[in-house]
Write a protein that binds this ligand. Structure first.
Ligand code: ADP
Ligand code: ADP
Ligand code: MG
Length: 494
């Protein structure tokens, strides 16, 4: 087993990985930027190293500094989390060359799956269905135009190196194609340092369904079922669940087998996710593979009773998976909501602030993976995701009720968050009916306006703080529908 792991990340995922290290008896080293000196992952780790200024390029993305921190503190392994350097094969090589184990797949499998064009080729070789498209590198614009006509509009222009929903354009007719190609190339060059784009058939009203993979070095490649992540804004997930209402055990077995075949084709090791897009008739197509831990991994952990982060570490030490595919079956239902500092009423724009009042939901089957603490400043330097609320219950209806309750119990004042819209999504009849394609938010929340305008934020924060304080003193800290405090759950996005 490793003795000490450097966690090359921040926020809730760093906290999550530190917890896994603790349970495995492994020491942890956090890294942080000057903007994150007060962040919870810094105090929670056994040691912490400041990397430098807030700007990611000078801290979390500075490969030399991260490597140096691992060497200076005597780490024998490094966990990249997600985002930042997690899918950077060059970084994995650099770390490995210095005798430090990179917890993840080999740099060779990252090379094959890191960009979307080679990943599509791999999926085709594994005989999995792939979104119809045109991805010949070096094609002329005339060839793209001809290919788009052949695929049939609407098409999508996508960046091969894309991630986080960036570098994507929907094109409804030939007149828009040239400017979409140019725009996507510019965005891709800026965001990913590579302007390569390709075309995909735009699947209308699709669901995003992905399969979790775990593979050990001995060649056991298993899947842990699906996650449905169709509720999205800006092509980015905000609500995820498992099982999907659109997947039965027969379909799960088929999609799982395709995902396993794709992972095997690159000799995959560790945890990874194969993403598919599903059309309304149930046909599904390979989208991409994420060669890392996924934000929404906790729903799978709940339903399969498996700690995915611990298994990432154990697989990296050479341990063999002790279960077979037949022994894995889902139990109950789990839903995750991503709590982000963003204003749902104004195009989900990221927000800044500081945590003035924080009340965290609790109870059976409730999990909060969070970077929040009272007083913490929320800046604009990094991803706006602050926390993830995850629930588990015996079936979907019970999980929905549990999530509604937990969202109402949560109170976050001092920074505008999406708690309000999350509560409305979970309470929506279309969500209850499982009608969750990727157009869900645009369809049902097009004219969303925050239902709690009014009270200035500072006043609300002060009021809530004094209420919370006096209730704690009197030992009355519980939800009580008749009390004025109850409505403060919904003040969370003030
Ligand atoms: P990223 O690397 O940014 O995650 P993905 O290829 O996984 O990119 O796509 C992200 C999201 O964009 C999908 O979940 C889906 O909502 C939308 N999307 C991507 N490709 C298509 C497509 N061909 N048709 C319809 N929607 C798509
Ligand atoms: P996908 O690549 O399909 O969008 P995920 O949604 O699981 O997959 O995760 C990637 C996203 O997580 C990134 O695009 C980014 O928005 C967010 N992210 C990356 N790093 C962090 C981080 N340290 N803390 C919080 N969120 C992050
Ligand atoms: Mg994706």
């Amino acid at each position: 087993m490793f003795k000490k792991i450097l966690i090359a990340n921040r926020s809730e995922v760093a906290v999550r990985i530190i917890r896994a290290c603790r349970e495995l008896g492994i020491a942890s080293v956090a890294v942080y930027s000057e903007a994150d000196a007060q962040a919870p992952h810094v105090s929670l780790a056994d040691e912490a190293v400041c990397l430098g200024p807030a700007e990611a390029a000078q801290s979390y993305l500075d490969q030399r500094k991260v490597l140096q921190a691992a060497r200076d503190t005597g780490c024998d392994a490094l966990h990249p989390g997600y985002g930042f350097l997690a899918e950077n094969a060059g970084f994995a090589r650099l770390v490995t060359e210095h005798g430090i184990h990179f917890i993840g797949p080999t740099p060779e499998s990252m090379d094959r799956m890191g960009a979307k064009i080679p990943a599509r080729e791999t999926a085709l070789l594994a005989t999995a269905p792939v979104v119809p498209g045109f991805d010949r590198i070096g094609a002329t614009d005339e060839e793209y135009i001809a290919a788009a006509a052949q695929i049939g509009y609407p098409v999508m222009v996508k960046a091969s190196m894309g991630g986080g929903g960036k570098g994507m354009r929907i094109v409804t007719g030939e007149a828009e194609l040239q400017s979409a190609l140019d725009g996507a190339r510019r965005e891709a060059a800026k965001a990913f340092g590579d302007p390569t784009v390709f075309l995909e058939k735009y699947i209308e009203n699709p669901r995003h369904i992905e399969i979790q993979i775990l593979a050990d070095r001995a060649g056991n490649t298993l899947h842990l079922g699906e996650r449905e992540c169709s509720v999205q804004r800006r092509h980015q997930k905000i609500v995820e669940e498992t099982p999907s209402t659109a997947v039965d055990s027969e379909l799960r077995a088929r999609m799982g087998a395709d995902a396993v075949a794709i992972a095997r084709a690159v000799g995959y090791e560790g945890a990874g996710t194969v993403e598919f897009i599903m059309d309304p008739s149930g046909g599904y197509y390979f989208l991409e593979m994420n060669t890392r831990l996924q934000v929404e991994h906790p729903v799978t952990e709940f339903v399969y009773g498996i700690d995915i982060v611990q298994w990432q570490i154990r697989i990296a030490t050479g341990e063999t998976l002790p279960f077979t595919q037949e022994q894995l079956s889902p139990r109950g239902h789990s839903i995750e909501c991503r709590i982000c500092a963003e204003d749902a009423a104004s195009g989900f724009l990221p927000q800044v602030g500081s945590v003035r009042v924080l009340r965290e939901p609790q109870g059976p089957g409730v999990r909060l993976d969070s970077m929040l603490k009272p007083g913490l400043a929320i800046g604009a330097d990094y991803d706006p995701m602050l926390a993830k609320l995850i629930v588990h219950a015996e079936d979907r209806a019970a999980a929905i009720r549990r999530m509604s309750q937990a969202l109402n119990d949560m109170c976050l004042l001092g920074v505008t968050s999406n708690l309000g819209i999350l509560a409305e999504i979970i309470a929506h009849p279309a969500f209850a009916a499982g009608e969750t394609d990727t157009g869900f938010i645009a369809r049902h929340f097009a004219d969303y306006a925050d239902p709690q305008p009014g009270l200035p934020e500072q006043l609300a924060a002060a009021l809530a703080a004094s209420l919370l304080g006096s209730r704690v003193q009197r030992g009355l800290e519980q939800t009580d529908a008749a009390s004025p405090f109850h409505s403060y759950g919904n003040w969370s996005n003030a």
